[in-house]
Design a protein around this ligand. Structure first.
Ligand code: NDP
Length: 254
């Protein structure tokens, strides 16, 4: 083993939800580690536009909504068209919504499960096919500590359930493809500073409770999550499959 095993030279990655936050940090780190990256989300941000313009051979962008039933085929084909192969999928796009269980309506339920579970399922299902044809690949799903606990103080039953489902999908996929050189793992972030949490962090009321319940006493950064995704995506983790890498400042220790 050498440090070169922590790199992704010559690899091609597809990272969903990569116009900002954890997805963008992951796309940038993967490129630094040597990969070419297809970035995708619904809205092209200035940062993504500048990134793609800075190195069009290494980065590509596709605007797409992951709730489109054909999203798996669309993203896989776009990656193959641009880069000729697909080695790493990071299923990162996700949304959250708050509400009591007894008042959580069907529209909200579909919004959360459609984005956080059905979409990653469809995208992984399509992305696995070229990986099988190439003889290998890696999938990194973005779960959450929310897959293990009831979020507090915000009530998020659908979000919690969608992340538990992603963890289970990760394990079953890992089992199914372990002998075919495709590793499937997940990261389970704790509270991370991003657009998803910034509103609550600014208000302070909830985020004080989140920080108090985090033994490290601070929130994670998008770069810290990208580091975990890189480890799971690269050959350094060659004997790791079906793992859920918790990165939460110690939140789940009690
Ligand atoms: P952001 O809100 O910053 O990023 C969410 C990303 O998902 C954006 O790129 C967004 O782009 C994309 N997205 C949302 N809906 C869709 C859609 N329908 N189609 C395509 N893309 C979509 O949050 P984070 O970076 O924090 O979140 C990334 C992942 O990390 C999520 O899965 C989240 O659940 C998970 N996570 C985050 C934690 C945190 O504390 N921040 C903790 C634990 C897990 P656009 O809206 O333009 O489509």
């Amino acid at each position: 083993m050498s440090l070169s095993h922590f790199r992704l030279d010559g690899k091609v990655a597809l990272v969903t939800g990569s116009n900002r936050g954890i997805g963008l940090a992951t796309a940038k780190l993967f490129a630094e580690a040597g990969a070419s990256v297809l970035l995708t989300a619904r809205h092209e941000t200035d940062e993504v536009r500048a990134l793609v313009a800075s190195d069009p051979a290494r980065f590509a962008w596709l605007a797409a909504d992951v709730t489109d039933p054909t999203i798996g085929e669309k993203l896989t084909e776009a990656t193959l068209d641009k880069f000729g192969r697909l080695d790493v999928l990071v299923n990162n796009a996700g949304v959250a919504a708050n509400g009591n269980f007894h008042e959580f309506d069907d529209e909200q339920l579909e919004f959360i499960m459609g984005t956080n579970f059905t979409a990653p399922f469809r995208i992984a299902r399509a992305a696995i096919k070229p990986m099988l044809a190439q003889g290998g690949g890696t999938v990194v799903n973005v779960g959450s500590i929310s897959g293990y606990v009831a979020n507090h103080p915000q009530l998020q039953v659908a979000y919690n359930s969608s992340k538990a489902a992603i963890h289970q999908m990760t394990k079953v996929m890992a089992f199914e493809y372990a002998a075919r050189n495709i590793r499937v793992n997940a990261i389970a972030p704790g509270y991370v500073i991003s657009d998803m949490t910034q509103g609550a962090i600014d208000k302070g009321e909830w985020s004080r409770i989140w920080a108090d319940n985090t033994p490290m006493g601070r929130f994670g950064t998008t770069e810290e999550m990208a580091n975990c995704a890189l480890f799971l995506a690269c050959p350094a983790s060659s004997y790791v499959t079906g793992a859920i890498l918790v990165a939460d400042g110690g939140y789940l220790t009690r």
